[in-house]
Design a protein around this ligand. Sequence first.
Ligand code: CP
Ligand code: NVA
Length: 308
Amino acid sequence: MTSFLDIHTTSPEDLRKMIDSARAMKDARNGRPKGALDDDRPLAGHMVALIFEKPSTRTRVSFDVGVRQMGGQTMVLSGKEMQLGHGETIADTARVLSRYVDLIMIRTFEEATLQEMAEYASVPVINGLTNRTHPCQIMADVMTYEEHRGPIAGKKVVWSGDGNNVCASFLHAAGQFGFDLTFTGPPTLDPEAEWINFARSKGVDARIERDPYKAVDGADLVVTDTWVSMHDPESAKERRHNQLRPYQVNEDLMARAKPDALFMHCLPAHRNDEATSAVMDGPHSVIFDEAENRLHAQKAIMRWCLGK
Ligand code: CP
Ligand code: NVA
């Protein structure tokens, strides 16, 4: 039993196994009703706690559906309504939940909360997003790229906008799956140097290019995300919008990428801010495949965690 806390702390071999297993599970569901149980029901008899300290649509629904398809059961818990939100320590919460459930998924603010949960839980813990990373999303994104275009290794990915938690996990994936990543955005919103250095340490080209048009030149995949994340203060909104406007992904920018380039956004999106509707609904976009693949990728992650 292993926790899935981050892409850079999971071996490339295991990450690859998870992508392959997600693909096989997706294929096996083809043509079946969405609510049908998987034939092997690997989570039969298993209870999974899904803890949310921030809002969610995709993570919440895809984990819940994924567990049920595999024959398990879930309970969705809001951090605010738990004793966790009223002063009980993370460590004690982890110890108690481990007596009841077989797996814990948590979406939280500080990375330290996730780490403490994993340290004190005696069951696997999955990172459903922190202020710093969002590994489940990028597993779905790698799966999505590969189902449309084949192996992602050696490809050029461009991240345009805020160097946030989703960007961080993309940099981790660059190192582990062997693709190049160019970040383009304003200097105050650069991704952490640690994440760029991680990718570089694995021998891929991870770089910063301030000019979005130069950055996107020759890109196989262009990615963006909201300009204001859930953990960012509302007061930063106007400044961020002003800084990030030149990095909007619009048809002009996409035209500089390779003709067969894909466009991704983890959603939720603020249409016509970070990306125009013309791009989001256009021929390069695979945003709803990404959302669907959260389900398949996380089923593979849960199986890996539980050794199933
Ligand atoms: N992409 C993503 O994690 O979406 P939710 O916030 O809706 O879960
Ligand atoms: N960067 C965004 C991702 C949401 C899925 C946030 O943290 O709010």
